[in-house]
Design a protein around this ligand. Structure first.
Ligand SMILES: [Zn+2]
Length: 254
């Protein structure tokens, strides 16, 4: 009897060992879009509504689920076939793709910088952003006026550096009607000092445009202030598509 028990225990331990070896890491492919104007062949960051529709259909037909930031925070995102859509800079053409987003239950994150909100005609207004927020979008910070918030700015103009982080957060929180804790680095640039001040300002999460599939929970990988994203451009879409075709896993050797 003892022998059988030992054998059973051994088999159980082997099973645990192998299942942990092959257990798939939960992850999400985070995409960064900008605008949806559609008549800008020279702007590689811009996509027409029909191009965006094709992207969404491709992502969906490859078996990916569009996940929300809240689901990620709640630990509800499992497996590797997950996509989170983020849109930077607050261009008003988000409204043109909104019906598409609604149809596919996409709840995007919108990273905005208040210096242009209610001031530039091609940017979403505060009330527009609040409507999108009420319909599931998550508003996040993107500086005050989209400067390069790195060591150089800290050294040369600390007032401007702090305005980007602290004042930017205050104004974005007013637009969002709540204290925001997510940020996206303008131009994707950052230094150690940027991370330091983001934390002091009350930011808990920050999105880069450093390529890579983001492991979950979000604190994994490089930590919550260096979240991976893929910037989607006319040129990068091809390689992003390959990663999606590979099941949301990075392609070895790339
Ligand atoms: Zn930006």
């Amino acid at each position: 009897m003892i022998f059988v028990r030992i054998l059973r225990r051994l088999l159980f331990l082997l099973l645990v060992f192998f299942s942990s070896l092959f257990a798939s890491q939960d992850s999400v492919v985070i995409l960064c879009y900008h605008s949806f104007i559609g008549n800008k062949p020279d702007n590689h960051y811009d996509f027409s509504v029909s191009q965006m529709s094709n992207h969404i259909k491709t992502i969906s037909s490859l078996g990916f689920r569009f996940v929300s930031w809240q689901e990620i925070l709640d630990g509800k995102v499992k497996g590797a076939k997950n996509v989170l859509i983020t849109v930077d800079d607050g261009h008003k053409t988000i409204n043109d793709v909104w019906p598409l987003f609604k149809a596919y239950k996409i709840k995007p994150m919108l990273f905005i910088y208040p210096a242009i909100v209610d001031r530039k005609s091609n940017t979403c207004t505060t009330s527009n952003l609040r409507v999108l927020q009420d319909q599931g979008a998550v508003l996040g910070g993107h500086g005050w006026n989209h400067l390069f918030i790195a060591q150089k700015l800290f050294d040369e103009d600390i007032v401007a550096f702090k305005r980007e982080i602290y004042y930017g957060r205050k104004k974005t929180s007013l637009i969002a009607r709540k204290e925001i804790d997510v940020f996206a680095y303008p131009f994707g640039v950052y230094s150690d000092v940027t991370l330091e001040h983001l934390k002091l300002a009350g930011y808990k999460y920050a999105f880069t445009i450093d390529k890579g599939v983001q492991p979950l929970p979000i604190s994994k990988g490089r930590g919550p202030l260096l979240i991976h994203r893929y910037m989607v451009t006319f040129y990068s879409w091809k390689s992003i598509r390959k990663i999606l075709e590979n099941g949301g896993l990075e392609i070895a050797g790339k």
